[in-house]
Ligand binder design. Sequence first.
Ligand SMILES: [Zn+2]
Length: 381
Amino acid sequence: MNTVEMLERLVAFDTTSRDSNLELIDLVESHLEAAGVSSRRVWSPDRTKANLWATIGPAVAGGVVVSGHTDCVPVDGQAWTTDPFALTLQGDRLVGRGTADMKGFVASALVAVERWTTQELKRPIHLALSYDEEVGGAGARPLVADMAAANLRPDYCIVGEPSSMQVVTAHKGIETYVATISGTEIHSSLAPRAVNAVEFGARLVTALSDLADQRAAEGPFDDDFDVPHTTIHPGVIHGGTALNIVARLCEVELEFRYLPGESPDALRTKIEGIAAEIAGLMPDINDVGIIVRRRAGFPDLDTPQDSPAVAAVEALTPVAGTSKVAYGTEAGLFAEALNAPTIVCGPGAIAVAHKPDEYVELEQLETCDSFMDALGESLTE
Ligand SMILES: [Zn+2]
C-alpha cells in the first residue's frame, strides 16, 4: 500500500474528536501486525478511544519517536465542496478532513514501517498515535506516561503537525480556563438590590483585555513568533436568562497563549488574582463570587537551536531553516515526559487545517515519504 492509498483509508474514518477512533486504531494495529510489528494500546478511561504505540527496530536506548494524532476537528457547518471523509484528488491536491492535520503524516509513517523493518535499524523508531489532540490533549498525556514508564530513552521526538516540512523548534504554550461568576436573581425592577453576574462578567472581560493590552505593550517579546508576545483571549461568554431577571450566573471561557519561558502557574495566579479583586467588589452576601477553573493546557515547546535534534531533522527534509509557530501541539508533552528534544515537522500547511476543503499536496507527501526513508537510514549507523 502506498501513502495515498493509506491516507484514503485513514480519511474515510470519521475520527472527529467527540467520536471513537477505534476503527482507525484497529486498522493501524493490523497493518503493523502484517509488518511483524506488535503494538500497545493505551485506552481512554471509558475505552471508547485508544492511543497506540509500537517499536520498530531493536529495543535499545536512543532512537526516535515519530508521533501524530488520529483525531480531527468537526466539519459541522463548514462549506465543503467535496465529501470530507472521501479523499478527493483535485489537480495536485488531496482534499479531505485531516489530510494536512494530520493524517497525511500518519499515513506516510505507517507505510514507512514496512521499509523500516527491512532497513536493519541499530536504534529504534517508536511510532506513537494519540487521540483527543484537538480537544486539549487528553490522549497524549496517558500515552507519553506509558512510554515513559517503559523507560524509552529516545534521542529526540518528531511530532508531524503540518509545517510544510519545515523544522519547527518552538511554539507557545496554551492554558484554558472557565470563570464562573455567581450573582443573585431578582426581578430586574429591583436590580440595585441584587448582584448582576453579567455585569461582573463584563468587568472580568475588561480586566483581561487590560492585561492583554499590557502584555502587547510591555512584553516580554520574542520576535520569532508571528504575534511576538503572550496573548489573553476571552472567547466565549454566557450569562443571564431573561432581560427582566437580574442574572444569577455568567460564564467566561478564556485562554492564554504564552511565550516559552513564561510560567503557566504564574499566569494562573494572575488570573485568580484578577478574579478575586473583581469578586471583592461584590456585596458581602452568601453564594456570590467568582470561581476560576483550569480546563486544559499544552506546555510550550522550546527546543534550543543548537540541540543535535535540530540538525538531525534538518538533514531529513529539503526545506531549509527553522521556525517558531503560533499553534500549540503535543510536542511539549513529549519533550517533558520523555525528556527528549522535540521537533515539529510534517506535510501540509497549517493555514488549510481546520478549514473546509482541507488539503495536502502530493508533493508534500512525497517529501514526507523521503523524510521517513532518510530517518530510517539515519538509524542504521
Ligand atoms: Zn493537528
